[in-house]
Write a protein that binds this ligand. Structure first.
Ligand code: ADP
Ligand code: MG
Length: 695
């Protein structure tokens, strides 16, 4: 038998609807706190009994409610804050639907006592089911509004049953009040259980956000906070906040999120940020985050859920990504960070003072409270790279540690050495220590779309963290020609010189395109002869089937001669009419590539470059040139007897003073560099401490 469809009693409908807005005491308190803030209060006191189920009382010192309005405040859809639907697009206050008080009054007994500034007394009204029960009566009362909510859910048995644990409800209330107190640090909040003298949350008016984080959450958190701030005009959003640095973690993270002043939840954003932290924090632990977002109100849809907890916005993915990046950047490198570095990374002077780090404390008072400053040695790192290089700690020069470097030398002016095929070629183009650099006059702006598009590709594949690391690194020393040591924050990295310098030169090629200086060879050298030299190299892989070496060399020379105009204009690679190489591009002041690689470079220009298509052609030439310029593992050995001792360390100086500074300035390491072992973390100070702590 079909059940009869009956129209629901209006009171029941209202109760059901109210139950969606007000699901538990904490929701009611959130709504009422927002009303207090909308009314411009600077002090908000909350008192509850039995987790808010028996009584919630909120007293504020805001604008108060006019006597006339007292009659209708608890009716549905009465609000002083929104008149038309269009206003929804431009909400500056928390409340906007006139639904909160009405809903509460459908599921509880509500008493409002309110006094406006211009009123001689307060007025009081009692409400049930959205209606004023009696008339509004004059009463004694302070300026501002006091709202009492009694017996929440007295008429909703099912809800009462699910909320039978007052202490659980109370902790949710503590949570909501705490969050609002942090976000509205200018407002003094208090929360206490009825009948107890002391407050469980108490903040003073005009405190700072970090003060309140310290008081409410803990000094340990407040001590490790990094301030974040970012704006993306295109996305119409701003972020501000405080996040804990990588030294701090806790089992269950805390995430305070406000969007347009409203406490909300956004699990996708939380996940995105947590991922960033997962690289830094011990497994299974999370950070403390407080973020306040401003999103252009036309980009946000607050009207998703009656509790308004969950917010959706346009461009959600991009906004999340942007915030994620901002957090990552902040976490990674920040010499100038106020709260993190001034507190723990003041220049570590000489070794030996590490034991007495308190001499370094200059903690920013406001953020951390000077009394609880404590520095941990594992956070203190040397940041002044002019002090104490690796070499100083070693008896012998570093190079002698590594057998494959012992025989190596930077190219001396003319070291001869007939046993090395290419040294013959070198004789012809004796390197000048101070190459004549003729600057090309005013810079040409790069306008070729092919080059611009290669630049964009390079930027798109840039690895953000590695860039930050290079930018902020401290050079520790050269291990050998293949590797250098860098310090970044509290970690030590072994980095691959060749891979990084090759990428550096590739990018210099792209960004200085057409603007290179020239490196003049003191004697011009026949390309044909250089090509012949190259053909003798095993790398060249010549076999008799390839044809006569003379013919190939002749062909290579003709080929490059045909491209001479372009090579000269764009790449400062001059070839004269007779087929002699005269100049090479000067890519980086103070750096001269290993000239015995010129022959191979030239031959590869002929064989490895796609000359058909402009973009590929430029790309290949830049790649070949960068391979030629890159710091190579070996220098061709020069007999001991011919070594110029003073120049033994020349390449090291160049690595430290020319190459790495250039990388710091401009290199955008590609994602590939993060995967190919170009950067290896070999020690991390905090982890070392962990190891020792276990001993
Ligand atoms: P909304 O906040 O969406 O406008 P509410 O139901 O929360 O709706 O509040 C209804 C109205 O009651 C508000 O628009 C405001 O005029 C008034 N009001 C509520 N609480 C306060 C308060 N603490 N101080 C001053 N006015 C208040
Ligand atoms: Mg409201």
């Amino acid at each position: 038998m079909a059940a009869t469809i009956r129209r629901l009693d209006e009171a029941v409908v209202n109760r059901i609807a109210a139950g969606e807005v007000i699901q538990r005491p904490a929701n009611a308190i959130k709504e009422m706190i927002e009303n207090c803030l909308d009314a411009g209060s600077t002090s908000i006191h909350v008192t509850v009994k039995e987790g808010g189920l028996k009584l919630i009382q909120i007293q504020d010192n805001g604008s108060g409610i006019q006597k006339n309005d007292m009659e209708i405040v608890c009716e549905r859809f009465t609000t002083s804050k929104l008149a038309t639907f269009e206003d929804l697009n431009n909400i500056n206050t928390y409340g906007f639907r006139g639904e909160a008080l009405a809903s509460i009054s459908h599921v509880a007994h509500v008493t409002i006592t309110s006094r406006t500034k211009d009123s001689k007394c307060a007025f009081r009204g009692q409400y049930s089911d959205g209606k004023l029960k009696d008339s509004v009566k004059p009463s004694a009362g302070n300026f501002g509004t006091q709202i009492m909510v009694e017996d929440l859910f007295y008429n909703v048995a099912t809800r009462r049953r699910t909320l039978k644990n007052p202490s659980d409800e109370y902790s949710r209330i503590v949570d909501v009040v705490s969050r609002y107190a942090v976000h509205n640090s200018a407002v003094g909040f208090s929360l206490k259980k009825h009948g107890t003298p002391s407050a469980d949350v108490k903040t003073s008016p005009n405190a700072s956000i970090t003060d309140n984080i310290r008081i409410i959450y803990s000094a340990a958190i407040a001590k490790e906070l990094l301030e974040v701030e970012d704006e993306d005009k295109r996305l119409g959003m701003k972020v501000k906040g405080y996040i804990t640095n990588a030294n701090y973690s806790m089992k269950k993270g805390i995430f305070l999120l406000f969007i347009n002043e409203r406490l909300v939840e956004c699990s996708q954003l939380y996940k995105a940020i947590d991922t960033v932290y997962s690289t830094y924090l011990p497994k299974g632990s999370s950070p403390f985050l407080y973020l306040s977002l401003q999103i252009a109100s036309q980009n946000i849809d607050v009207n998703v859920h009656p509790t308004k907890y969950e917010v959706h916005f346009l461009h959600e993915e991009q906004v999340i990504e942007r915030i994620q990046k901002c957090v990552e950047q902040r976490l990674l490198g920040c010499n100038s960070s106020r709260t993190f570095y001034t507190q723990s990374l003041i220049t570590l002077p000489k070794a030996g003072q590490v034991d007495n780090p308190s001499t370094n404390s200059q903690t920013e008072e406001k953020a951390t409270g000077s009394s609880e400053t404590r520095e941990y040695a594992y956070n203190i790192v040397r940041t002044d790279h002019t002090e104490r290089k690796l070499d100083e700690y070693l008896q012998k020069p570093v190079s002698s540690l590594s057998p494959d470097v012992v025989e190596c030398q930077p190219i001396a002016d003319d070291a001869g050495g007939a046993q090395v095929a290419s040294s013959e070629g070198k004789r012809g183009m004796e390197e000048k220590r101070l190459p004549s650099v003729s600057a090309t006059g005013s810079r040409h702006k790069v306008t070729l779309t092919s080059v611009l598009s290669l630049q964009r590709e390079s930027e798109a594949s840039a690895h953000h963290r590695l860039r930050e690391m290079l930018k902020e690194h401290t050079f520790v020393g050269c291990v050998n020609r293949s590797f250098s040591l860098l310090q970044y924050q509290t970690s030590l990295y072994l980095v691959n010189n060749k891979n990084l310098t090759q990428e550096l030169f590739y990018q210099i090629m792209l960004y200085d395109f057409g603007n290179f200086g020239t490196l003049k060879l003191s004697e011009k050298t026949s390309i044909k002869e250089l090509a012949l030299l190259a053909l003798q190299l095993p790398e060249c892989g010549w076999t008799p089937q390839d044809g006569d070496k003379q013919d190939i060399a002749q062909y290579a020379c003709q080929f490059l001669l045909a491209k001479a105009a372009m090579l000269s204009e764009y790449f400062s690679l001059e070839i004269d009419k007779e087929g002699n190489l005269c100049t090479l591009p000067l890519l980086l002041d103070g750096y001269i590539p290993e000239l015995e690689r010129v022959p191979l470079f030239l031959v590869r220009l002929v064989t490895e470059v796609n000359w058909e298509d402009e973009k590929n052609c430029f790309k290949d030439i830049c790649t070949e040139t960068s391979m030629f310029y890159a710091m190579q593992k070996e220098i061709l050995p020069i007999p001991k007897s011919q070594r110029v001792t003073g120049e033994e360390q020349e390449w090291k100086k160049c690595v430290e003073n020319v190459l790495f500074p250039a990388m710091r300035r401009s290199l955008l390491p590609s994602e590939e560099r993060a995967k190919d072992g170009s950067f290896l973390e070999i020690a991390s100070l905090p982890n070392l401490y962990k190891v020792f702590e276990r001993c």
